[in-house]
Ligand binder design. Structure first.
Ligand code: SF4
Length: 187
């Protein structure tokens, strides 16, 4: 089950589906208004039939950190057997100016962080982060910190031309996290 809770993001990636269409699979994903915690919980209902519940795009879910935590807390308390994942651009510590990863502990089972490039220069070229090249280094630091608080940490790279996949994979190894290559149409 995918939760689309915001269209805001600190990146402007060239491959972002926000650039290409108002939605995927026939769903319009542009939010007129961001849903409240209560509305999200009501919309989820009983998720036990789903493999996992995923906070993901359109947009960067951790722009709404407190909402993610509150919804995830509810899910862990009510449906402890349903895994909760966050798909993120990994810039939350920059957005909030502090290390927010301890707040994810016990609430999030899997975090999937978009690394997208093997170095800061390339990352900036592709993702156009508000924070410039610092964003990339912050993502690396965020990834390391996540390992202390979240059972499963994955970095992902989109298979677009010009990205050195082997180097990205090595970076993931150095960070001590899983690596996943994803195709353009999957997040
Ligand atoms: S980080 Fe994700 S939501 Fe944000 S611009 Fe890039 S692809 Fe789009």
């Amino acid at each position: 089950m995918y939760l689309n809770i915001t269209n805001r993001c600190t990146n402007d990636c060239e491959f972002c589906i926000r650039q290409q269409a108002p939605g995927v699979g026939g769903y319009n994903l542009w939010l007129e208004e961001e849903p409240t915690t209560k509305e999200i919980i009501e919309a989820i209902g009983d998720p036990t039939g789903y493999k996992e519940v995923v906070f993901c795009g359109y947009g960067e879910p951790l722009m709404r950190l407190q909402v993610v935590i509150d919804v995830a807390k509810h899910l862990k308390k009510t449906y402890p057997n349903v895994p909760v994942r966050v798909n993120t651009n990994g810039q939350a510590n920059m957005i909030y100016g502090e290390d927010v990863t301890p707040q994810l502990e016990g609430n999030i089972d899997v975090i999937s962080i978009s690394l997208n490039a093997e170095n800061a220069e390339k990352y900036s070229e592709i993702c156009h982060p508000e924070y410039g090249e610092d964003a990339f280094f912050s993502i690396l630091e965020f990834t390391r910190k996540c390992k202390s608080h979240i059972p499963r940490v994955i970095v992902t790279v989109v298979d677009i031309p010009g990205i050195d996949i082997a180097k990205c994979k090595r970076l993931a190894e150095e960070l001590g996290v899983e690596f996943r290559l994803r195709s353009l149409d999957k997040r």
